[in-house]
Write a protein that binds this ligand. Structure first.
Ligand SMILES: *Cc1c(COP(=O)(O)O)cnc(C)c1O
Length: 432
């Protein structure tokens, strides 16, 4: 059995000064009914909790750490940056550099605005779309998570879904009214929704691959059709590539499927593990932002020099290694193959959705193509699976609705060890 004495003590202490002991809800482990862990340190593919237990980590800061924890060159770039000042409130040369890297790999992006989080990126993108079209409504998809901005917290994934409060409270009815959330992967319904809201829809925002309701892939042709239909209706297309950007490929989901959104939201990987977000896209839309245009957006930590330095280093490494994404994909496919094989061998109903270096497991024998499908999976079984994995030194996300992330630092032996743990656990689960 794991000893979690120190984490328990820290929780008692934390709960007195931090709401629920955390600063982001999924970290509470409420979604898996388990005692939360406090992280002490992390290196490569591993994280250690406060009691010194070591885990192979598949949370990886929710996808930001594609090179692994405490990656030396990335950390080094951040440390060098700090020596020259941690925040100026002035523009820097380095911001031009990171914007250049984003533009280089995302031809849909003419201009970039850096912010401090993915939430801000999505919020700004929606504001821009409303200003550009002078229309009020937003279409999003059930289970997509676009940060915790009011207009986008309707049938949202991630922590909302984990905690069973998919829209949350405290949101003005007006915000919810102007957000239409519909099932993913249903192009006819999208058309119908546009028809019903004719000339009222400013934008459609989508995670091109859902990564906050587990992993859900777009059906063949869905993204292309989405973009085409939106264009015909003069609706701005926003791709939320906060997770998928520089994750599914150097060119993100849009490069993979060859589709061109009007605006793209970035975050996570582009900060090399430091706080960041960015919105980028068509010049005529982006130039509506102040100081050029009338759409206001600002931030003390926008384009923070430490995040920018770490981001540049990370993206340079990703771009310089031609085999990077292929290697990562191979490793992930290896692990997924083991998990599927062991499920089959033990008669466990399991669907694993995967692309590139992300995957998620759903305890169901059905295919999972939408938010509604995820709700049909056996959550209690995931809870058990999660707890047993922890015992084996493997940390999956503390939620049945979040994705697992593989990094470059996950060695073949870490993958094999994870596979062996899954085998052992499935043999236990099958009997009970
Ligand atoms: C994480 C995430 C966000 C929010 O980013 P934060 O930096 O946590 O605010 C937005 N969209 C997607 C798809 C995400 O995964």
């Amino acid at each position: 059995m794991l000893t979690l004495e120190k984490s328990h003590k820290l929780f008692d202490k934390a709960a007195r000064s931090l709401v629920g002991g955390v600063n982001s809800p999924v970290r509470s482990f409420k979604g898996v009914g388990a005692d939360m862990l406090f992280a002490q340190k992390a290196r490569g593919a591993y994280v250690w909790d406060a009691d010194g237990n070591k885990y192979i980590d598949y949370i990886m800061s929710w996808g930001g750490l594609i090179l692994g924890h405490a990656h030396k060159p990335v950390a080094g770039a951040a440390i060098e940056a700090i020596k020259n000042g941690s925040s100026f409130g002035l523009a820097t040369d380095q911001e031009i550099g990171l914007a250049g890297l984003v533009k280089e790999h995302y031809p849909s992006v003419d201009k970039v605005r850096f912010v401090a989080s993915g939430t801000e990126a999505c919020m700004t993108a929606v504001r821009l779309a409303r200003a550009f079209t002078r229309r009020p409504k937003i279409i999003k998809f059930d289970g997509c998570y676009h940060g915790h901005f009011d207009s986008l917290l309707v049938k949202s994934g991630s922590g909302n879904l984990t905690l069973g409060i998919p829209s949350g409270e405290g949101i003005l009815p007006a915000y919810a009214r102007d957000t239409v959330s519909i099932p993913f992967n249903d192009i006819e319904l999208f058309k119908k929704t546009l028809e019903e809201n004719k000339e009222k829809v400013a934008c459609v925002i989508v995670e091109p691959v859902l990564c906050n309701t587990g992993v859900i892939l777009p059906k063949e042709g869905f993204l292309k059709a989405l973009v085409d239909v939106a264009r015909q209706n003069k609706v701005i297309v926003i791709f939320d590539e906060v997770v998928t950007g520089f994750r599914l490929s150097l060119k993100g989901a849009q490069g993979l499927w060859g589709v061109v959104p009007d605006l793209t939201c970035f975050g996570k990987i582009i900060g090399g593990g430091f706080p960041v977000g960015a919105v980028g896209g068509r010049q005529d839309i982006m130039d509506l932002l102040a100081p050029v245009g009338p759409v206001y957006q600002a931030g003390t930590f926008s384009g923070n020099p430490v995040s920018i330095a770490a981001g540049i280093k990370a993206l340079e490494i990703l771009a310089s290694d031609k085999a990077f994404y292929k290697d990562l994909e191979k490793k992930t496919a290896r692990l997924v193959a083991i998990i599927r094989k062991e499920a089959l061998a033990n008669g466990i109903a399991l669907t694993v959705n995967t692309i590139g270096s992300v995957f998620s497991v759903f305890f169901t024998d059905r295919e999972v193509m939408s938010y509604a499908d995820t709700l049909g999976a056996d959550k209690a079984r995931y809870v058990r699976f999660f707890a047993l994995l922890c015992q084996e030194g493997v940390l999956f996300p503390p939620s049945a609705f979040e994705a697992c992330f593989v990094s470059q630092a996950h060695s073949d032996s870490a993958i094999e060890k994870t596979g062996a743990a899954v085998q052992k656990i499935f043999r236990i689960i099958r009997r009970t």
